[in-house]
Design a protein around this ligand. Structure first.
Ligand code: HEM
Ligand code: HEM
Length: 333
């Protein structure tokens, strides 16, 4: 806790030093995107397991609160990605360290330059959607739907603390013995950099399809061509959108399913290992510290299992019928 207070006070006191600000921004953007990813992978799995719930989740994405969040998400991904590339390049090129300040400024400029056309494209979808007087879910419903996620996160923290205390009681406390970085830690250090470079085209490609080319509102546009496939969304359900994306094959290969598998694996490990860095930085007590590592491991396993199960099972025609029925029942279609 003291180190968290120290981070905040020192960043403010040390204002003007761009390196410090870019470090804080990198941290906040990474955590923000990870938070979104957890909700997003769980939501997406509903297209397979609970199509009715998936339709509701996408309706929630199509509300003003989430529209604002969508702009913040895209800005966070772009800044984090460019700054991540800067970190990776400079780590492997110590001779360039004296240009850190300029590089941090270029990252900010690059972010703005990318965001201007992207935001203009996204804004076009936003205007078209809200200009058509759509049914918008009330804010109370949107917030209430997020409650189970909050409860899940609290339950995971409590479970991690209990597991850590049990482990401490059984195996004894081994803190105080400072060891040099293990081979495992070196692996994770390299993984963060290599995965970052690999994620970049995947996540930018995914966002280009879901925000710029088609947009989150068009996921449920009836009779529209589904982005990067040759299929039409006949039912206008979000479930059919995922069905067609995951069934689209080139030479027998389900390209978007494979793409999502790679994205899921790379970002989940990268994001939760990043979260481990952040949480263990601020945990003084050894039980809490170990609990944070357990929490990140639990998060990784749950997200890979839920997302992986959905991707491997795929959506079927029955799910689309269930989604249509659910939409009729809630009177939103
Ligand atoms: C788009 C390409 C991305 C690149 C190039 C990238 C790069 C990096 C790099 C180089 C680090 C520093 C690692 C270290 O300190 O050892 C990092 C940290 C982190 N990344 Fe990413 N990343 C990307 C995407 C993501 C995504 C999609 C998420 C969320 C799911 C994420 C979450 C995090 C978190 C939470 C941290 C820890 C921040 C800290 O220690 O202060 N990153 N990233
Ligand atoms: C609001 C922004 C976003 C929208 C509307 C969106 C939309 C979608 C949709 C419709 C799918 C279903 C499959 C497909 O069509 O490919 C999907 C899957 C996926 N998306 Fe996104 N996406 C967004 C942002 C992101 C971001 C920022 C990330 C990474 C950090 C991400 C990671 C994934 C992953 C890993 C999957 C596969 C999920 C699974 O395993 O079930 N998405 N997304």
């Amino acid at each position: 806790m003291t180190s968290l207070v120290y981070t905040v006070t020192e960043t403010l006191r040390y204002r003007g030093a761009i390196g410090q600000w870019s470090w804080v921004l990198h941290r906040i953007t990474g955590l923000g995107v990870l938070f979104f990813l957890v909700l997003h992978v769980i939501d997406t799995s509903w297209a397979v397991f609970y199509p009715g719930l998936y339709e509701e989740a996408i309706k929630i994405y199509q509300t003003p609160l989430f529209t604002a969040g969508e702009f913040a998400l895209v800005a966070a991904v772009v800044y984090h990605a460019l700054n991540g590339i800067r970190i990776a390049v400079f780590d492997y090129r110590p001779a360039w360290w004296r240009y850190q300040r300029q590089a941090a400024i270029y990252v900010l400029l690059g972010t703005v330059l990318i965001l201007i056309p992207v935001f203009i494209g996204m804004f076009g979808h936003v205007l078209a959607h809200y200009g058509s007087n759509p049914d918008v879910l009330p804010l109370g419903t949107v917030l209430a739907a997020q409650l189970p996620f909050a409860v899940g996160i609290v339950a995971a923290i409590i479970a991690a603390l209990i597991l850590s205390a049990l482990y401490g009681a059984l195996a004894g406390d081994r803190t105080g013995t400072r060891k040099p970085p293990s081979a495992m830690e070196k692996f994770w250090w390299s993984y963060m950099r290599i995965s970052g470079v690999l994620i970049l085209p995947l996540v930018f490609g995914h966002l280009a399809m879901m925000h710029v080319l088609q947009g989150v509102f068009d996921i449920t546009a009836q009779d529209s061509v589904i982005v990067a496939t040759s299929a039409i969304n006949e039912s206008g359900t979000a479930t059919e959108f995922v069905f067609e994306r995951w069934s689209y094959a080139i030479a027998g290969v389900y390209v978007w399913r494979l793409f999502d598998i790679a994205l899921l694996a790379l970002v989940t490990l990268h994001g939760f290992n990043g979260l481990r860095y952040v949480l263990t930085d601020y945990a003084g007590n050894s039980t809490v510290r170990r609990a944070m590592v357990i929490l990140c491991a639990l998060g990784t396993v749950v997200l890979l299992a839920v997302g992986g199960a959905a991707l491997l099972a795929g959506v079927d025609e029955t799910a689309i019928q269930m989604a249509e029925q659910a939409l009729q029942t809630i009177g939103q279609h």
